[in-house]
Design a binder for this molecule. Structure first.
Ligand code: AMP
Ligand code: MN
Ligand code: MN
Ligand code: MN
Length: 292
C-alpha cells in the first residue's frame, strides 16, 4: 500500500526555543493534517508527556524525540533522536550535562555582550526562556526587543555567530556520544538539516560516513530549511551512504522564518523512510501501548 500518512518529525515548543506550548503545537499539527508528529526540543524531553496527552486526545500519533547539540570538530551539528524512551537514565544524564553547558554558555554570552556594551543580556534572554532552557534564539529575541538589531536573522549575523562579540564556542556532546544515548534509549539517530552546515562537500561526506559508522540511522532529506535542490542532493547522499530518510519542518512557531507544520514535499523516489519499521498503522488512540 502506498504511504499516505503525513509525517512531521522535527518540531519545537516553549520547552526549548519554540513559541508554542506542546498542546498548541499538537493542535496546530492536527489542524494542518499531520498524522505522525515528533516533538524534538533542543537537549530536553520535558515537553513530551504534555504533547503525548494532547496527541492522544487529537487522535494523532506523537513520536517522543529530542534534538541533541553535538560538537564535531569546530562545527556544531544537530542529531535528532526519534522513538526514544524519555525515561532512559543514560540519555537523561547526557542531556542534563548539555543543559549545564547551556547555563554556563548563557552567562558567558552575557559577559561577552556586556564587554561589547550591551548590558543585561543574560537576564533578558532568561526572562524570555519560558521553561528555563536558554538558547541563542532567546538572546536574539532580547537583542531585537532592546533595539540592537532589526530582526532575529540579522542579530545572529551581527552578534551570535563565529567571529562576533556574543559567540561562545560549543562544548556539546560528541557525535558518537549523542548517537549512543539515542540508541541506548531505543531510538533512531537522524542527522538534522544537513544542508545547513557550512562545510565543504568533502567534510560533509566525512560527517555522513562517521555518522553512519557510529550507528546513525537516517538523515533529514525533507526539511523546512532545505531547498528543493538540497532535498534531491540529500536523497542521493542518503542512498549512497545506506541511510534512511526523514522529513521534518523544524517548526519553531507561527511567526518564524522556518516552514509551517504540515504537508511537505514527499520523500523523493528511492529513499527508504525512517518510519518504515514503525507501527503507525492504527490511530494513536488505539495503540497507546506502543507509543508510551
Ligand atoms: P543554540 O542551540 O542555543 O545555540 O541555538 C540554536 C538555535 O538558534 C537554532 O536551533 C535555531 O533555532 C536558531 N538559529 C541558529 N542560527 C540562526 C539564524 N542564523 N537565524 C535565526 N535563528 C537561528
Ligand atoms: Mn532552534
Ligand atoms: Mn537544528
Ligand atoms: Mn530544530
Amino acid at each position: 500500500m502506498p504511504e499516505t500518512r503525513v509525517y512531521d518529525l522535527h518540531t519545537h515548543t516553549v520547552y526549548s526555543d519554540g513559541a508554542l506550548a506542546p498542546a498548541e503545537l499538537v493542535a496546530r499539527a492536527a489542524a494542518n493534517g499531520v498524522q505522525v508528529l515528533a516533538l524534538t526540543d533542543h537537549d530536553v524531553t520535558d515537553g513530551v508527556p504534555e504533547a503525548q496527552a494532547a496527541a492522544q486526545k487529537a487522535g494523532i500519533t506523537l513520536v517522543p524525540g529530542v534534538e541533541i547539540s553535538v560538537t564535531w570538530g569546530a562545527q556544531t551539528v544537530h542529531v535528532v533522536g526519534l522513538q526514544i524512551d524519555i525515561t532512559h537514565p543514560g540519555l537523561q544524564t547526557g542531556l542534563a550535562r548539555l543543559r549545564e553547558f547551556r547555563e554556563w554558555r548563557a552567562e558567558e554570552i552575557g559577559r561577552r555582550l556586556a564587554k561589547a556594551g550591551i548590558a543585561g543580556a543574560s537576564e533578558g534572554a532568561r526572562a524570555l526562556a519560558q521553561r528555563g532552557l536558554v538558547s541563542r534564539t532567546h538572546f536574539a529575541q532580547f537583542l531585537v526587543a532592546s533595539g540592537h538589531a532589526a530582526d532575529v536573522r540579522s542579530v545572529f549575523k551581527k552578534y551570535l555567530v563565529h567571529g562576533k562579540p556574543g559567540h561562545v564556542p560549543g562544548q556539546w556532546a560528541g557525535l558518537d556520544e549523542a548517537i549512543g544515548w539515542i540508541r541506548a534509549a531505543g531510538g533512531q539517530a537522524v542527522l538534522a538539516h544537513p544542508a545547513r552546515y557550512k562545510i565543504t562537500a568533502t567534510r560533509l561526506k566525512k560527517l555522513l560516513g562517521e555518522f553512519r559508522d557510529a550507528g546513525g540511522a537516517a538523515i533529514e532529506v525533507v526539511s523546512g530549511s532545505h531547498s528543493r535542490d538540497d532535498m534531491f542532493r540529500f536523497a542521493q547522499l542518503a542512498r549512497s551512504f545506506g541511510l534512511l530518510a526523514s522529513s521534518g519542518s523544524d517548526f519553531h512557531g507561527p511567526h518564524n522564518y522556518y516552514m509551517d507544520l504540515g504537508p511537505m514535499p514527499p520523500l523523493p523516489d528511492g529513499c527508504t523512510p525512517v518510519w518504515q519499521t514503525w507501527d503507525t498503522s492504527v490511530p494513536a488512540t488505539r495503540h497507546v501501548a506502543v507509543i508510551v
